[in-house]
Design a protein around this ligand. Structure first.
Ligand code: ADP
Ligand code: MG
Length: 292
């Protein structure tokens, strides 16, 4: 491609809200075979809400939510906000906490009112030596509905299963249809529960799911997609996504996401509208075709 045609192409892209930080990305985007997308904040809005709270026998629901929300007040994870908001909506006053700890990819822990409280994924409960089997049926039902199940343990005893749901962005289904129409394979990479990720992928017609990825595992997920399927573009918004954005053949960051994601990407979508991904690919194909 000539420098002039690249300039014209990136200029057109900018008008539709797609910023090419590097002109060469216009060429690599044309040759992409797989579009991999982060789930939370990319395919979904990134603003989950608490939908379900099921407590174990002899456990008080309001007490549990109050203890859990007190811990989550210290966390910056979108899940935390969902839980804190639910407690607020029920008029529950948070307690002061001690010894807060966040275990990335697993969950959070603290001491609240003299109790040890742990909140997180099933793998976190297993790490603590707790058996989540009593909630297996509930967890499967929730995950099949596309909700993310979490667990709370109080003083080392499994107390509740909590579900949060993050609505799919309005633009997502059309974006995926358009990517398929351009002949691309679409993959999802997420730290979330496998069953939940698969339910969402099914709903969206996503071809491939890589789930339960630890925060530093997204790079490996991109590498294995590259080994299988050729040039990979990765779309993400979070701190966790930065290394994967750098690893991908084309890193595409959401402009409303974290600064580190934007800095690691070659392409930035000014809005969260995912239809701009297939639009940018169509543009890259048109631009490169014109100058041949
Ligand atoms: P993702 O953002 O894709 O869910 P993370 O690596 O941030 O990936 O988290 C992985 C999983 O760890 C979450 O899906 C959740 O089950 C659990 N987790 C992480 N942080 C928290 C938190 N503050 N409260 C409860 N669970 C959490
Ligand atoms: Mg995200």
């Amino acid at each position: 491609a000539t420098p002039t045609s690249i300039m014209v192409g990136t200029g057109k892209a900018a008008k539709m809200g797609v910023l090419f930080r590097k002109g060469e990305a216009l060429q690599s985007l044309r040759d992409a075979k797989v579009i991999a997308l982060d789930k939370t904040g990319t395919l979904t809005r990134g603003r989950p809400e608490l939908t379900d709270l099921v407590v174990a026998n002899d456990v008080d629901e309001a007490d549990t939510l109050r203890l859990v929300a007190s811990v989550e007040r210290q966390s910056e994870h979108p899940i935390a906000e969902a839980i804190v908001n639910a407690a607020k909506a029920r008029g529950l006053e948070p307690a002061t906490i001690q010894d807060f700890e966040a275990i990335p990819g697993f969950g959070v822990a603290a001491r609240v009112d003299g109790h040890r409280v742990d909140v997180g994924a099933d793998r976190y409960m297993r790490k603590l030596g707790l058996d989540v089997e009593v909630f297996a049926k509930t967890a499967h039902r929730l995950a099949d509905e596309g909700k993310s199940p979490l667990y709370a343990a109080i003083d080392g005893r499994l107390a509740a299963i909590i579900a949060v749901a993050d609505p799919i962005k309005e633009s997502t289904p059309a974006a995926i249809r358009a990517l398929h129409a351009e002949g691309l394979q679409v993959a999802m990479i997420t730290g979330d529960n496998r069953r939940t990720a698969e339910a969402i992928a099914r709903r969206l017609g996503i071809d491939k799911v890589v789930a339960e990825v630890l925060p530093d595992g997204k790079v490996d997920a991109v590498k294995s997609l590259q080994a299988e399927g050729g040039l990979v573009a990765f779309v993400g918004d979070g701190i966790n996504d930065a290394p994967a954005l750098a690893q991908a053949d084309v890193g595409i960051a959401i402009g409303t996401g974290t600064d580190i994601a934007i800095e690691s990407a070659e392409v930035v979508l000014m809005s969260g509208d995912l239809r701009n991904v297939p639009n940018a690919i169509a543009l890259s194909r048109a631009t490169i075709r014109n100058i041949k």
